[in-house]
Design a protein around this ligand. Structure first.
Ligand SMILES: NC(=O)c1ccc[n+]([C@@H]2O[C@H](COP(=O)([O-])OP(=O)(O)OC[C@H]3O[C@@H](n4cnc5c(N)ncnc54)[C@H](OP(=O)(O)O)[C@@H]3O)[C@@H](O)[C@H]2O)c1
Length: 359
């Protein structure tokens, strides 16, 4: 039996404007519907450096603040109502930045058992830690029918008639090499979209083609050239759906113009499309996701997605991102976030192992 310590190491923002620091915090106790997880690996997301800047710091619910939304590890304690996990199980789950106890930048975290997945032996903790935040977000964007302003509401590929339901329809995915983009390409393929057109640096074209993209447009081309190339590939077929995993003002504008009247565009950051572009009022629907399965509007389908994730991983239906393990456990996250901020990470997830944090 694993001995659970009373304290642990956590990577904390102690106060507004202060840097991430590794400190000792209490190990939380699971509520009746939760499990306590000893975290073997956590993925790192751009949000975690953005939230230290004045533009995004309002999202922090209070200080000291712990974040981290990608968790993989071993269940060490279960709440009294939990029937789908037992101690010793391997688990992958989305952390929740609204509750320090549910954040993954620490050695132990609690999570809601109904929103987590069993992790097959064939998938390492490091690989699993690339999944929860961005795979979860991509799946919610595509398939959640209960959040019309956030999600596309496509027919889920796991339901009858869902696999290949969009055969022959083009989709445009901006930023295919992002973690979010790589999972979106895989979901688009499962849904049958064709062609699947994405933007990336040319050195990532082979990887994205393997995941399901049919055309990779060089992201360094001018906006006009990207737009022309995407429309040329579709050869007149209307884009009913587009997804912008980058969502800069420029990429949003391209994606919006690609979209056919009445189509739906999913954004990963808030809408910055100009009024000038929107003035024709052609009934294009723009959605912006808050990609957490823990939010009330995402819990129902989020639980369903995570319950099925185990099988998808076992069968190779969903492939985790490539990853790089950072040195020094939680302490190494700080340098990793700096690299993400400076666009020095291409087509892979940075992963930290909290248990390897130096004393
Ligand atoms: N709303 C939500 O709930 C939610 C959830 C998750 C993520 N996000 C946001 O979604 C975005 C993507 O997150 P992520 O973690 O998936 O990113 P990531 O993996 O860190 O993205 C890195 C990749 O971005 C690509 N890239 C950078 N600028 C590009 C451009 N102009 N066009 C095309 N590709 C570009 C690079 O591609 P190349 O290497 O090919 O150059 C690089 O490989 C972030 O802004 C993040 O904050 C939002």
């Amino acid at each position: 039996m694993t001995t659970i310590p009373t304290t642990q190491k956590s990577l904390v923002l102690p106060a507004e404007g202060s840097p991430y620091t590794v400190v000792e915090t209490a190990v939380p106790h699971p509520g009746p519907d939760d499990v306590l997880v000893k975290i073997a690996a956590t993925g790192i997301n751009p949000f975690e450096w953005k939230v230290t800047t004045p533009i995004f710091s309002w999202l922090i619910p209070g200080y000291p603040f712990i974040t981290g939304t990608d968790g993989a590890g071993v269940v060490v304690e279960v709440g009294e109502n939990v029937s789908n996990f037992k101690t010793g199980d391997r688990i992958v789950f989305q952390g929740f930045m609204k509750e320090n106890a549910q954040a993954t930048f620490q050695q132990y975290a609690i999570t809601t058992a109904a929103l987590a997945a069993h992790l097959p032996e064939s998938v390492s903790f490091d690989a699993a830690a690339t999944l929860p935040a961005t795979f979860g977000t991509a799946a919610l964007i595509f398939f959640n029918p209960y959040a019309e302003t956030e999600c596309l509401g496509l027919k889920p590929f796991w339901e009858e008639g869902g696999k290949g339901a969009y055969a022959g329809k083009p989709i445009f995915i901006v930023g295919g090499a992002t973690s979010l983009g790589q999972y979106s390409i895989q979901l688009a393929k499962l849904s049958g979209f064709s062609p699947i057109i994405t933007t990336a640096s040319p050195h990532n074209a082979a990887l994205l083609t393997e995941l399901g993209a049919t055309h990779v447009v060089d992201r360094s081309l001018s906006a006009d050239a990207v737009l022309a190339e995407v429309l040329k590939v579709a050869a007149g077929k209307p884009f009913e759906v587009a997804m912008d995993a980058i969502s800069s003002p420029e990429t949003q504008s391209i994606a919006y113009q690609v979209l056919a009247p009445g189509g739906a565009l999913a954004l990963s950051l808030p809408d910055q499309i100009s009024a000038e572009l929107k003035k024709d009022g052609d009934a294009k629907r723009i959605v912006f996701i808050h990609g957490s399965v823990h939010l009330p509007q995402h819990r129902k389908i989020g639980g369903e997605i995570f319950a099925r994730l185990t099988g998808w991983l076992e069968q190779g239906v969903v492939k985790p991102n490539a990853f790089e393990v950072l040195p020094d456990g939680l302490a190494g996250i700080v340098g990793g976030l700096e690299r993400l901020k400076n666009n020095q990470v291409s087509a892979k997830k940075l992963v930290a192992r909290p248990q390897e944090t130096p004393a």
